[in-house]
Design a protein around this ligand. Structure first.
Ligand SMILES: *[C@@H]1O[C@H](CO)[C@@H](O)[C@H](O)[C@H]1NC(C)=O
Ligand SMILES: *[C@@H]1O[C@H](CO)[C@@H](O)[C@H](O)[C@H]1NC(C)=O
Ligand SMILES: *[C@@H]1O[C@H](CO)[C@@H](O)[C@H](O)[C@H]1NC(C)=O
Length: 488
């Protein structure tokens, strides 16, 4: 900034000498000249000089402003980056703290275990000792008896008595053998316990030393505020032959019934609409058309109405199929909305609703009737809600724009407890209001918890094998594949 100021000052000085600063002396007229014309010319010269100076001044000012603007932009950008990194750091810090607490708990449990094992070990040792004493006492007795036997055999003992005594001797010997075996077993046990104790100890040390988990820093995508790629548009007759178009399945379930069993992207054509591409999940025994998937935060879901209406994201990763297409699917009737969720502890759950979605004229109002599933149902009282985005507030909240506050487009109520299009958090944010922006499914007054995986799909009610239990237990296909990819 200093560099740009110098030419500015120079220009100012140049402009200043005749015109501005010399204001007092300059207009003094020459004595011989005719006063009127002379001063008129002098004034013209002054004006010209002044104009020149002002022009220069203007030029320099413009340059100065341009440069300053650039610098300010630069600074703003840096501030943005700083803000972002700061946010990331705070997120990591809170995550690390939580992990630390969990580790502390584990350590306490391990310590208790270790104590218990130590006690056991000591007990076994003392038992072994007492058994050893017992054994030596027995040995003495045996020795004494043998001595007696020998002295007795010198006297008069019947062969019957000798046989009896011998069998007794045999009994004592076998008793001794079994005692030795028992001792060995106990010693082994004790060794094993000791070994376990040492293992626990090293584990414990590892935990306390290494409370910071690595690898957490590498993720956290730079996708906040980014615009999501538009999903493939409708297919046109120029891109597909007419006969092919006529033969397209009406949805993924139809395609499944025609014998296609592999999950993937296919062209479908719901009754009465143009054909389009959709992701088919064929892993659940009936073929479902996937309308939303979250799994790694690679797509920014905080998008405007237009994006939510037409779809965005990437079929291979995260996407939103688009309200127009979802409406077309639901308009075929008998639709079931299947929602699969997975939390960060690998707990997988689902819920199903009878589902209908109105069209644009009613802002894609959702109609739900709870059917089944092992998830609590916070959505039933969203039935009849219009879709809202940050640029189209159709929620039931008087003073707030829920989509703006909580990010992502959804059937917000006031604002309600669900938002599967919220922000994807790889770890729990520190602030409550930030957490509330996450991917939510909160029945009742439960605290905010941002989910790890979501998949929303639709399929017709009619299919015979769509019972809830099969769909819940057979999440082996796409959903599981995507989760293993995350876990790697
Ligand atoms: C649909 O949403 C727009 C914009 O938010 C609103 O002006 C309009 O009244 C809504 N339509 C209905 C039927 O409520
Ligand atoms: C939404 O944000 C506004 C402005 O920050 C705030 O006044 C309002 O209370 C928020 N509403 C909800 C429901 O969180
Ligand atoms: C929806 O139901 C839940 C309880 O199931 C309740 O807490 C919430 O206030 C209800 N929302 C509306 C807008 O009625």
């Amino acid at each position: 900034m200093r560099i740009t100021l110098i030419p500015l000052l120079l220009a100012l000085a140049a402009a200043c000498v005749p015109a501005l600063c010399g204001n007092k002396e300059q207009p003094v007229p020459q004595p011989e000249a005719p006063v009127g014309t002379r001063s008129h010319f002098a004034a013209l010269d002054d004006v010209r000089l002044l104009a020149n100076g002002l022009l220069q001044l203007g030029q320099s000012l413009r340059e100065f402003v341009q440069k300053t603007k650039g610098q300010i932009n630069d600074i703003l950008q840096k501030l943005n980056i700083f803000d972002h990194s700061f946010y990331q750091l705070s997120v990591f810090a809170s995550q690390i703290k939580e992990e630390e607490e969990e580790l502390k708990k584990t350590t306490v449990v391990l310590k208790a275990n270790s104590e218990e094992i130590k006690g056991l070990s000591v007990e076994i040792s003392s038992k072994v000792d007492s058994i050893l004493q017992e054994k030596s006492r027995l040995q003495n007795k045996v020795d004494g008896m043998e001595e007696k036997l020998r002295s007795l055999t010198h006297g008069l003992v019947t062969s019957e008595q000798v046989g009896e005594i011998n069998s007794l001797k045999e009994l004592i010997h076998s008793q001794e053998r079994s005692i030795t075996e028992l001792l060995n077993a106990m010693r082994e046990q004790s060794d094993q316990l000791n070994h376990q104790r040492i293992m626990i100890k090293t584990l414990e040390e590892k935990f306390t030393v290494n409370t910071l988990t690595q690898e957490t820093i590498e993720r956290m995508p730079e996708i906040l505020n980014s615009e999501a790629p538009t999903l493939t548009p409708y297919l046109t007759s120029s891109s597909t032959s007419t006969t092919d178009m006529m033969n397209l399945p009406s949805d993924c379930s139809d395609l499944f019934n025609r014998g296609e069993g592999v999950s993937g992207v296919y062209a479908i054509r719901p009754t009465g609409t143009e054909p389009f591409m959709a992701f088919c999940d064929m892993s659940i025994n009936h073929g479902a058309t996937v309308i939303q998937r979250r799994r790694d935060g690679s797509v920014n879901f905080d998008q405007i109405w237009d994006k939510y209406e037409n779809g965005f994201g990437d079929f291979q990763g995260e996407f939103w199929l688009g309200l127009r297409k979802i409406h077309a699917l639901a308009a075929q009737g008998n639709s079931v909305l299947h929602i699969q969720l997975e939390d960060w502890k690998q707990g997988r759950h689902f819920i199903e609703y009878r589902f209908y979605l109105s069209g644009l004229e009613s802002n894609y109002t959702i109609h739900l009737t709870h059917l089944s599933g092992d998830l609590a149902d916070p959505m039933s009282n969203h039935t009849g809600m219009m879709f809202s985005t940050k640029d189209r507030d159709n929620d039931n909240h008087q003073d707030s724009n829920c989509a703006h506050n909580y990010t992502g487009g959804w059937w917000f109520n006031a604002c309600g407890e669900t938002n599967l299009n919220g922000r994807y958090f790889h770890m729990r944010p520190k602030g409550r209001s930030e957490r509330r922006r996450g991917i939510q499914w909160r029945p009742g007054q439960k605290a905010s918890y941002s989910l790890k995986l979501t998949q929303i799909s639709v399929h017709p009610m009619a299919s015979p094998s769509t019972t809830s239990s099969t769909s819940a237990s057979s999440e082996t296909g796409v959903f599981l594949r995507s989760s293993t990819r995350i876990l790697q």
